[in-house]
Design a protein around this ligand. Sequence first.
Ligand SMILES: [Zn+2]
Ligand SMILES: [Zn+2]
Length: 365
Amino acid sequence: MPSILAAVMPAPRAPVEVREFPEPELAPGSALLRTSFSEVCGTDVHLWHGRLAGVPYPISPGHVSVGIAAKVRGDMTSVDGTRVREGDRLVFFDVHRTCGRCRACTVARTPTRCEQRRVYGITDSAADGLFGGWAQAIYLEPGVVSARLPDNVPDEAYIGGGCGLVTAVHIIERASLGLADTVLVQGTGAVGLSAIALARLAGASLIVAIGAPSDRLELARRMGADLAIDLQRTTEASRRDQILSATDGAGVDVAIEAAGSARAVEEGPGLIRDGGRYVIAGHYTDAGPSSINVHQQINRKHLEIRGCWGSEVAHFVRAVRILARHHAAIPWQAIGAGTYGLDEVNRALADAEAMRLPKALVKPN
Ligand SMILES: [Zn+2]
Ligand SMILES: [Zn+2]
């Protein structure tokens, strides 16, 4: 690879440009990954809108990707302890640095809140090199956690799940689902769709999804929702009626917010049973305040509310295992409904922004 093309977002709202990069010098224990697929997720749309703090534009976006190890220098081991070899089909955990020493990393044990956390496609400037997936190649620096994608898992299944699947593994962990729990998922984007599938795998007895646009609801059913309610064609009162009547008048045991909407959080508590649990995972950017009646909706209700921020290596590893076992039965591949070349990423972003498809894939080579 004499020179490598990468799509660069110069600044918020500015058109993404394809630029040429020199092939990087590989440090010992690093690799150059020839990108097979990356994705456009909701975070990329937020990056384009300039709604994430501290992003060092210009950046090359694309934080979750799959590719082939084109060049490996020295000893690089994957997360299972085996040596990475040229030609391996690799996936990697997008968080490539946390400090391991700060209060978040050691005392609170919330490494997703480490201030030194670095994430491919989000926190690295294009000036630092090939740290994004919207590029013909990605530099996997020493210490990156990688895994070989199991032979039976198509690239398209991995990237269809993508960051939404890894996030959903964390959500289900935070939700502490019990066998036969009833579950509501608010939001049918990539995160919500994966949360539906994983709630089913975790043994939920009823899964209700609230989402939009209407074509997503069919996909929500295919992912495992028993009841998919169209947000745009129902009222809050009618949604509540449907969910109460599906749960013997009680409300669901656990609700998962994956909508990123302040209104969803106002609605959620009224759909959960007394003593139930609410996991908030969709507010990756500030969607503004939600107004709730604390007496009625939290205190008297004995409601438990848990946030869920980012993901850890264990969630990535579990996501790969889940795909190895379940990719044929659960249509993750259908989430990645459109594929775009490097020179088409502006259209991909516009389509993602307008929610014209569940997820746009980027195929740089
Ligand atoms: Zn993402
Ligand atoms: Zn730290």
